[in-house]
Unconditional design. Structure first.
Length: 429
């Protein structure tokens, strides 16, 4: 049961979650110059943590349980405050050309997709308790302060436009958000004390939880509605003025919005303490079920729960702010530098480098690229990965990972990032 607690948390991360760093940009909604419209799909899956390695994620995903050996390997990496996050997104989209104006052209776009995320901030002691139980902390005050766990899933229906002028590109999308799942837990004063010989415990919990309708079982149940906004602006900018190529600086705000969860949502406030002195018996030979049961509390809920309210609650969605600089250094090499930060997501600033290398262009003007990725921050440490892209007149493919090494050695490193994108271009006959 000790190992199961964090397994349950991580399994919730997979089944209800995933928002963190993402390589998708609204620029991908624009159509080629002569194409009438484009249809595409994009799927991305991310997990990272400063303390949990990939074996935790894999075992939670495949429901194998998390081994004690895995936790013993991770424990030295734990800091006083730790973070972990999962982000999944999938979408299908279409874009089509609008009627051009004198000084600009524009594309319409429409998308349907879903976002699933979990992120958490937790203490070193709470990580030990979840993975190894309270025995390693006997005789100590195990600190569980500062827990912040967020789980959210929503479906997004969006429409927008992207305008292109000779110098600038800008656009916006507004969407209807259908909230499917939500859970939040926080603690501001929590600890567990276990006596040296393990015969008594003392527990203190002060915090709160909020969750959507507990009677809702289906993963895409509509449990709330809200609005979302995406913004995009791109301008010419040259860091390297002597190579003959024009650089581009792009700013984006993604997933800014709110969801009003329905009146069946439940909010609980916790503020209580429980001391259990252990089993008392006249002698070792007189321990019986009746003595044992009489000294074990039937429920601890009344010790900690101070209020329970049922009613609608509104929550901001975790949203992303990013800046990306891109420039061709040669005809065959493009460099991208991305900085991003996600608000309300227990997230650290994130920087990512991408080198897009044109390795071949055939007689039909099909271009083949190899992508090299480096990253730092977000929910973990550094990452190194590779990708492949192909661009044809009628279609494009983009497949890659920012954490190739971590995928290969899951017991040692942390970081999952897999993305797959396809699009098809359509022309008039």
């Amino acid at each position: 049961m000790k190992i199961r607690l964090l397994h349950i948390i991580l399994f919730c991360s997979w089944t209800l979650a995933g928002t963190a760093q993402s390589d998708f940009s609204m620029k991908q909604y624009t159509t080629k110059d002569s194409a009438l419209f484009k249809v595409g799909m994009y799927v991305e899956n991310i997990f990272n943590s400063n303390v949990m390695n990939n074996s935790v994620y894999y075992n939670a995903l495949f429901k194998n349980g998390i081994s004690r050996n895995s936790f013993l390997k991770m424990q030295p990496r734990a800091l006083n405050t730790n973070i972990a996050g999962v982000f999944e997104t999938d979408r299908v989209y279409t874009s089509w050309k609008g009627t051009p104006k004198e000084s600009s052209t524009f594309d319409h776009f429409a998308t349907i997709g879903s976002v699933r995320l979990v992120n958490m901030r937790f203490s070193r002691d709470l990580f030990t308790l979840a993975g190894l139980g309270n025995k390693p902390l006997a005789g100590q005050m195990a600190n569980a302060n500062g827990l912040n766990l967020n789980l959210m899933q929503y479906t997004k229906f969006e429409y927008g436009r992207i305008y292109q002028t000779p110098k600038y590109s800008y656009g916006a999308g507004i969407g209807l958000l259908m909230g499917n799942k939500y859970f939040n837990a926080t603690t501001h004063d929590a600890y567990l004390y276990t006596s040296d010989i393990g015969d008594s415990i003392s527990v203190r919990i002060a915090g709160s939880t909020i969750e959507n309708d507990t009677a809702s079982k289906l993963i895409y149940d509509p449990n709330g509605f809200g609005m979302g906004l995406d913004l995009f602006f791109s301008m010419p900018f040259d860091l390297s003025k002597n190579n003959g190529y024009q650089g581009t600086l792009t700013f984006e705000v993604n997933d800014f919005g709110f969801i009003a969860w329905n009146k069946k949502s439940i909010s609980r406030e916790y503020d209580g303490k429980f001391d259990w002195p252990g089993i008392k018996s006249p002698s070792l030979f007189e321990i019986s079920d009746s003595i044992y049961k009489s000294q074990i509390p039937d429920t601890l809920e009344n010790q900690f729960v101070r209020s329970v309210e049922k009613g609608a609650v509104s929550m901001l969605t975790p949203f992303r702010i990013s800046a990306t600089y891109s420039e061709n250094l040669t005809d065959e090499l493009e460099l991208k530098i991305m900085l991003d930060y996600r608000i309300n997501a227990n997230y650290l600033p994130y920087v990512a480098l991408t080198q897009n290398i044109l390795v071949k262009e055939d007689a039909k003007s099909t271009k083949y690229y190899v992508n090299i990725f480096q990253s730092l921050g977000g929910y973990g440490y550094g990452g190194l990965g590779v990708g492949f892209a192909m661009e044809h007149k009628y279609f494009g493919v983009d497949i890659g990972t920012r954490h190739l090494l971590a995928l290969a050695v899951p017991e040692t490193l942390s970081g999952v990032n897999i993305r797959i994108g396809f699009h098809w271009n359509f022309y008039s006959k």
